[in-house]
Ligand binder design. Structure first.
Ligand code: 15L
Length: 267
């Protein structure tokens, strides 16, 4: 793997990953609507709006592997999600296929399965249970990746990312936190492991309270270094300052589940 494109390169995950992956891959191209603030002189940057296929085609030209982080990263209006995450994701996979890209890492999210209860430990075989329009767009991206893998032979890895940060920010994040270096490890498995055709991994560290079975990632060599438990006291102290959220507290997706919630709770 010589030439890697990172979309959404100016965002938080894009900025963290580019820093870690610099030196791992000889050529990293950054793409985003706006230029990342940390770009060094001589760094390869291609500005592209994901909703414009021709612009995305320019971004993927000559690339072997794509880390697709671009799009809207939280809940948004239907119009926002449709453009950035549905049309944008389609354009990315289609441009990758046309350009002969070998591998795509798709940044999915825990919000594709956010309506599973916190008491249930899940793997990647069950049905998706999105908790938001944003979560639906991530389930769409996983399905699209599966199509491009089966029909066009693209090697696709979907990472259901929990929450990337220097430390877990609250009680839910004790379960879903991912240390940036661990996420980079998963990206590298997706870009390099010979056995990958289509995979879904959880982007989560070695957390004792994890909601997820990540055994497939482990089988392909994932050895997470981060342990959320090391930060338990500070996470619970931060949690104590948050307003109560009884619906969110039940589900893995937390506040994404309680937002706009008006179902009959007794059902
Ligand atoms: C996500 O998917 C979001 O991109 C991020 O901003 C966080 O909200 C994260 O999930 C989370 O669930 O903590």
């Amino acid at each position: 793997m010589q030439k890697v494109l990172v979309t959404g390169a100016a965002g938080d995950i894009g900025t963290r990953l580019r820093k870690i992956l610099r030196g791992v891959y000889p050529h990293i191209r950054a793409s985003d609507i706006r230029k990342p603030a940390d770009l060094a002189a001589g760094d390869d940057f291609v500005a592209a709006d994901l909703t414009d296929l021709a612009q995305v085609e320019k971004a993927v030209a000559g690339i072997e592997g794509v880390v697709h982080l671009g799009g809207h990263a939280v809940e948004g209006s239907w119009e926002t999600i449709l453009n950035a995450n549905i049309i944008g994701c389609y354009n990315l996979f289609e441009a990758a296929r046309r350009a002969g890209v070998k591998r795509v890492i798709f940044a999915s999210s825990n919000h594709a399965i956010g309506f599973y209860p916190r008491t249930q430990r899940i793997g990647v075989e069950g049905r998706v249970k999105p908790d938001s329009r944003y979560g639906v767009s991530k389930a769409f991206g996983e399905a699209l990746g599966s199509l491009y893998a089966d029909k066009h032979g693209l090697r696709v890895t979907c990472l259901r990312i929990g929450n990337i940060a220097d430390a877990p920010a609250d009680e839910r994040r004790l379960s879903i936190w991912v240390k940036p270096e661990d996420l980079a490890q998963l990206v590298r498995i997706g870009l390099e492991h010979p056995e990958i055709n289509f995979e879904i991994f959880y982007g989560v560290s070695d957390n004792a309270a994890s909601f997820w079975d990540n055994s497939r990632a482990q089988k392909l060599g994932y050895r997470p270094q981060g342990r959320a438990e090391d930060f338990r006291q500070q996470a619970l102290a931060a949690q104590a300052k948050l307003p109560p959220d009884p619906i969110g507290a039940r589900y893995q997706g937390g506040p994404f589940c309680s937002a706009e919630y008006d179902a009959d709770q007794k059902r």
